[in-house]
Design a binder for this molecule. Structure first.
Ligand code: NDP
Ligand code: DXP
Ligand code: MN
Length: 415
């Protein structure tokens, strides 16, 4: 099943499932507000269950009504055209047999993703939701024993050890490109032979810029990622390097490697997705064009590869791959995260929540680009004084309380 099926990761996952239709049956789909798109996806994939949060202020009845209306429209189109054009997926052929009678069970409300993710007898739950709202769905899937193909890094970073301790070994399969690359490279040696993890970063649209140059950056500039086409939050996080900060912590938790042995390296081409250095001086890199099709397909089908998931590097052409150290002065987000992770079990939940608030404020024109990471730093520093920091890390409710505190503290900075 796919949580966040209408997003960038979700639609690319559906495209992979269309390509390898003999291997996948979609049991459930869940989305936020895109009712029309979800209804079309439902008609194309015929899940038993769909989940919808719905737009703010809409009643559950209105959301249901809207969905059923769009479902009827999508059925009509599919019957007429023999299929449906889905955003981010392409044209999907639809079998007319049983189409009229098809109506999925519909779960509506803020909890819809968690309910869908927690359905029993599902092999793999792909979590493609954005933000730490993905934490409960991740935990629900783990609890019922499904494999979690995890794109939603925030749930792991915010939940921390809680998530890793709830999961059985191998139950979380990384979809994030860097972590998929590391998981692939780790197959080259024993865990005891691993020296360091090298996480590549594109450097974002402002690679090489000084702190002063970053002062007047606009949302439009921040969303112009040089190599990847992704959702708004992760793209903004790439520009501030907060994405790399979250990914360093994600790697630390997933692969149980100490923070001082995880090295972020700027690689503007985004072809080497990360590397593992072994004790004998050998470095194993995973390379493919910047296309999430590969890590998504591998995450859904782990440990087996899906043929044709993405085109390979064209080795008949000349290529230049560059690697540079990170500029921690202009982009302090990674160092800040390492310190936060070492301070308490909930400091990264606070870091991430403050960042989510600051990213929204930046896009709303309330704060400037550089303020995003400054806000995160201020909120994390203020949290040091909270006597409950360690206690919060022992339960989901505690993590959510720490997050709520952080969101409030962040908003007060520009109120
Ligand atoms: N995009 C990429 O290439 C990569 C993304 N990632 C990670 O994957 C995750 C998803 O990113 P991306 O696909 O870019 O994000 P998008 O913003 O494109 O998609 C987010 C999805 O979450 C859904 N959603 C929004 N609010 C809720 C809610 N309250 N409950 C349930 N679902 C909700 C959205 O639904 P709707 O649109 O219907 O409102 C949408 O389907 C992030 O954690 C990101 O960091 C990691 C590596 C690469
Ligand atoms: C595709 C993917 O995994 C993103 O998380 C990507 O890594 C973002 O690029 P940056 O390296 O610029 O953060
Ligand atoms: Mn990534």
């Amino acid at each position: 099943m796919v949580v966040g099926s209408t997003g960038s990761i979700g639609t690319q996952a559906l495209a992979q499932m269309v390509r390898a239709a003999d291997r996948f049956v979609v049991r459930a789909l869940s989305a936020g507000q895109q009712v029309r798109e979800l209804a079309a996806q439902a008609v194309a994939f015929r899940p038993d269950v769909v989940g919808l949060v719905g737009a703010e202020g809409m009643s559950a009845d209105d959301v249901r009504g809207g969905f059923l209306l769009h479902l009827a429209g999508a059925k009509e189109t599919a019957a007429r055209d023999g299929g449906l054009e889905l955003a981010g997926v392409g044209f999907v052929e639809v079998d007319a047999a049983g189409l009229d009678e098809y109506t999925p069970e519909l779960i509506v409300g803020e909890d819809a993703a968690r309910v869908c993710a927690g359905l029993p007898d599902v092999d793999v739950v792909l979590n493609g939701v954005t933000g730490s709202r993905g934490l409960r769905p991740t935990l629900a899937a783990i609890e019922v024993g499904s494999v979690v193909a995890l794109a939603n890094k925030e749930s792991l970073v915010a939940g921390g050890r809680l998530v890793m301790e709830a999961a059985a070994p191998g139950q979380i399969v990384p979809v994030d490109s860097e972590h998929s690359a590391i998981a692939q490279a780790l197959r080259s040696g024993a865990r005891s032979e691993v020296e360091r993890l090298i996480i590549t970063a594109s450097g974002g649209p402002f690679r090489g810029w000084s702190a002063e140059q970053l002062e007047d950056v606009t949302p439009e500039q921040a969303l112009a990622h040089p190599t990847w086409d992704m959702g708004r939050v992760v793209t903004t996080n790439s520009a501030t390097l907060v994405n790399k900060a979250l990914e360093v912590i994600e790697a630390h938790l997933l692969f149980d490697v100490a923070l001082d042995r995880i090295v972020p390296v700027v690689h503007p081409q985004s072809v080497v997705h990360s590397m593992v250095e072994f004790v004998d001086g050998s470095t194993i890199a995973q390379a493919s064009p910047p296309d999430m099709g590969l890590p998504i397909a591998l995450g859904l089908n782990w440990p087996d590869r899906l043929p044709g998931a993405c085109p390979p590097v064209d080795w008949t052409q000349a290529h230049t791959w560059e690697f540079f150290p990170l500029d921690n002065d202009a982009f302090p987000a990674v160092e800040l995260a390492k310190k936060a992770q070492e301070t308490s079990p909930t400091h990264m939940a606070v870091y991430n929540a403050a960042n989510e608030e600051a990213v929204d404020a930046f896009h709303d024109g309330v704060i400037g680009f550089r303020r995003i990471v400054e806000v995160v730093a201020q909120v994390v520093e203020a949290y040091d004084a909270d006597a409950n920091a360690a206690e919060y890390g022992r339960s989901v409710e505690g993590v959510l309380a720490a997050e709520a505190w952080a969101r409030d503290a962040a908003r007060k900075l520009w109120a």
